[in-house]
Design a protein around this ligand. Sequence first.
Ligand SMILES: [Zn+2]
Ligand SMILES: [Zn+2]
Length: 322
Amino acid sequence: MRRILARVVALWLFCVGLMVGSVGHAQTDFKVTLLGTASPSPRADRFGPSTLVEAGDQKLLFDAGRGVPIRLRQLNVPLGKINVLFLTHYHSDHTSGIPDVWLTGWLQGAYARRTSPFHVIGPVGAKALMSNLEKAYALDIKIRLEDEKLPPEGIATVVEEFDKDGSVYEKNGVKVIAFAVDHGLAIKPAVGYRIEYKGRSVTISGDTRYDQNVIKYGTGSDVLIHEVGSARPELLATSIPVQRIIAHHTTPREAGTVFSQAKPKMAVYTHIVLQSSEKISEPTLDDVVAETRQSYSGPLTVGEDLMSFEIGDTVTIRRYKP
Ligand SMILES: [Zn+2]
Ligand SMILES: [Zn+2]
């Protein structure tokens, strides 16, 4: 009965979200699209973590997990049009798509065509990552320069690192603020980002446990995109590896506490970590919503790949339609 109720409430809230969004129809040039909403486990329906923020003439990518070029192609956003890639931390599920975005984005197809350097901004570690990728792919770069005569400036990299909270990017009215988050003692650095444009904002938690800093930077955001991790109680009680994983993430109830305090116009789940074993199934998305409802009653959307949020007077949610 409780599960049915949770399902009805979730559906109702989703519909309300769509209706709220469709009332204003205000034109906006501030939009967020979830490119990948999974955690490391390979899935066909959810690709690796990545979020596209389009604000004015800027296209900013936050993390580049598995499959980003495919998702951008589905949106008809050429890889070469990405202005900056921001990194939250160095777990491979957030970075494994970087060589694909960087190298494929240099090719001459209409889906790519980058002719200026690939710009990366991240916490300390970004420079080592990119310079090692340059070494790993040196032969490909050499071959394409000689053989395809691709423009050398299109494969160059510009990498900026930071080591404290604050503004890390400002251009054409778009400001990006980085803030430290707590992804676990051994997983440092780890950051989230707040993106501001025309008096509105989006906050992306990055991978984190419950952290007051997300509330501090996320408060007043139109859209607060948060990670979440969950396992059934009987699995959590018996599996040490699962305990370890869940300890690095935010439970639905904790995320609800973050949302209750930050009060976004729309709270959104991404990076949905659902643990299971051979005997115990993963929690359902309805379970995740029901647990969130123990600590939060405001607008909530469980993110899907290619779901977008247009940020105007209201937040308009759109599911992907090919
Ligand atoms: Zn992750
Ligand atoms: Zn992580």
